[in-house]
Write a protein that binds this ligand. Sequence first.
Ligand code: SF4
Length: 389
Amino acid sequence: MKRSENEKTKNISIYVHIPFCVSKCNYCDFISYADMNSIVPLYFNALRQEIQVKLAEVNVEEQYICRSIFFGGGTPSYVDSQYIRDVLKTIQSKISLSNDCEITIEANPGTITEDKLNSYLLSGVNRISVGLQAWQDRLLNYMGRAHDITQFIDNIEKIKKLGFNNINVDLIYGLPTQTFKEWQETLNEVARLGINHISCYSLKLEEGTNWYERYQKRELPEIDEDLEREMYRYAQELFAKQEILQYEISNFAKVGWECKHNIVYWTLEEYLGFGAGAHSYINQTRYSNIADLKEYVDRTEANSDIIAETIRISMQESIIEYIILGLRLNKGVSLNEFKRLFGLSLSELFYNQIERLTKQGLVYIDKHTIRLTRKGLDFANQAFIEFMN
Ligand code: SF4
């Protein structure tokens, strides 16, 4: 028997990985595949099976209530919307959703239709995260994106017309050959569309990608780090003027439109991940699923284990993760909350590190919180390393 919402004791979030894309972008190291359409039905059978088994295993019906669901990829909007609907039904048959459960789907321009959007609405999806990356067709083409800017504008119009108002747009800066002017145009045009959540990621050249290989062969133009920092600061300044406030290193939102699901990751709350390569964090343990699509399907069908790695997180590791993830948020880490969770004083435990970082102007601490300064946001990794040491 399902308990009512206020009888539940623990919150949980759910991530569902949909690893299919129209084509592979040049910079992408996510678990995503183009030309794998034939495996789509089998993948979703396996996915639903995994959800049923895992949710029963952790006995979520008895202990948990689901606060957010995130369909990520890949390109979840690439597959038939019926699959998304069925996955949501499966989840709901096993766990109660909170009344304000945030349900996000990642979507890429060119794969979004009115039919799909209507189906998402009927299934309960209430947030759409659109991958644009850049406003200029020249850059989209260079990145190997499967869409142009006209498709993006058309898709945003459709999304709004059908009544979605919780919309995110993903952007990338520090792209090879990207000019400051192009970045300015991208930000201004997206802000002009009245989008209430914007994520700005700096490009990372990851091993195994087309661009990484080209970079190794010196075929990719160098990325100017100073220019990249300038681009980041421009985003901070422009959005501040438009009341799209920075609440995390890479994320900006109008007040009240922050992404609940991502906040779960940054505050070390529990979540379950389903699908190839998906990660979970529950009972102080991190799990990851096998990434190979075919193996994932075969093993699930055969009721075999699909866990690739299990890592038990010690108290010390939890403390460091909690600080590092919490510092990503503009509001920082609450000293009282830290004490409540770990029974220790953060400022005493990391007295030397905090002293050094304060002198360098990277963190700010008062009676209630510790957080990164404006300079600290620019050199966050330096601050994180200090806590790790
Ligand atoms: S659309 Fe996204 S997930 Fe798919 S290949 Fe491009 S960057 Fe990767």
